[in-house]
Design a protein around this ligand. Structure first.
Ligand code: SF4
Length: 292
């Protein structure tokens, strides 16, 4: 866990699991093995896999944070990795339900499993499971019930990574059908233009609405590929135009966008003061701003 984070769109990271398996082109230069916990443990990708570790003793960490924070869940893993059982995910959701002062940002490349987990039928059974998981933390009821609209949890944002059109078309439809208070995509690393066709714009307009959530995107993060250090990935030259297309589509739909980093003179810059004016966009979903 880190009570602060260098990731500009969050305040803190919480890693009840670490380790992962590469699943798509966006994983090619995955940063997790370059982070201190992995370097110190000598945990590197071998044939696309690092050791997956599950830390029950880290589950309680957010219960001790009083100040409201945006918390990136599993920045060093993927909560919906096939090696993580539903019972453990239930406990993660129980902690999130017990700490409504925090806003949790869950980002996955396993959109199909996230959708299946969140849409478990009957949904009452899933809420009971999470309620029961809360007992582990000395609070035998996480107070999730239909009447108070606490499902999907209002403080949990769910997102999928979208590095190219193929992954967009594979993952976003699952996300849009996933119950979530806020739905977002992280287009980092952005490897090609994902917003130059009509498909992208349809994500901002609801086909059907089922309160308290609907099937539209609420937030888009975009960033250039970063290799080791501050080196820029292979799409750097085209990146600026691709990012501009994404940001313009968001602006015209009135959807919040967050530009994380871009190439500047051959390196990666996370400082908007160094960017063209029209690319200096750092917004959060409307109506869910944190008081912190
Ligand atoms: S899913 Fe994320 S954490 Fe896992 S290998 Fe890919 S980029 Fe890394």
């Amino acid at each position: 866990m880190s009570a602060t984070s260098p990731i500009q769109w969050t305040d803190a990271t919480w890693n009840p699991t670490t380790g992962c398996t590469k699943v798509s082109p966006g994983c090619a230069h995955c940063y997790i093995e370059r982070t201190p916990p992995f370097r110190m443990a000598g945990n590197r990708f071998v044939h696309g896999k690092t050791d997956l570790e599950i830390f029950h003793d880290r589950l309680e960490q957010p219960l001790h944070w009083r100040k409201p924070r945006r918390v990136f869940v599993n920045s060093l893993s993927d909560l919906f990795h096939e090696g993580i059982g539903d019972a453990f995910i239930d406990r993660v959701f129980a902690v999130m339900a017990l700490t409504p002062q925090h806003t949790y940002q869950v980002l996955t490349k396993r959109a199909d499993r996230m959708r299946a987990y969140m849409s478990h039928r009957p949904v009452g059974e899933l809420k009971d499971r999470i309620d029961n998981a809360a007992c582990v933390f000395g609070a035998c009821h996480a107070n999730i019930d239909d009447e108070s609209h606490r499902w999907p949890l209002p403080n949990v944002w769910l997102g999928v990574s979208v590095e190219n059109k193929r992954m967009r078309d594979l993952r976003v439809p699952h996300l849009l059908k996933t119950p979530a208070a806020v739905k977002f995509i992280s287009a980092e690393p952005l490897l090609e233009d994902i917003a130059d066709d009509e498909v992208f714009s349809t994500y901002f307009y609801s086909g059907w609405t089922e309160p308290p959530y609907d099937d539209v995107l609420n937030w888009v993060i975009v960033g250039v590929e970063q290799l080791a250090g501050k080196r820029v990935g292979r799409n750097a030259e085209a990146y600026e135009q691709h990012a501009r297309t994404v940001l313009r589509q968001c602006a015209s739909a009135g959807v919040a966008a967050f530009h994380k980093q871009m190439p500047v003179h051959g390196r990666v810059s996370g400082d908007p003061a160094e960017w063209p004016l029209d690319l200096r966009v750092r917004e959060f979903p409307k109506g869910v701003a944190l008081d912190c």
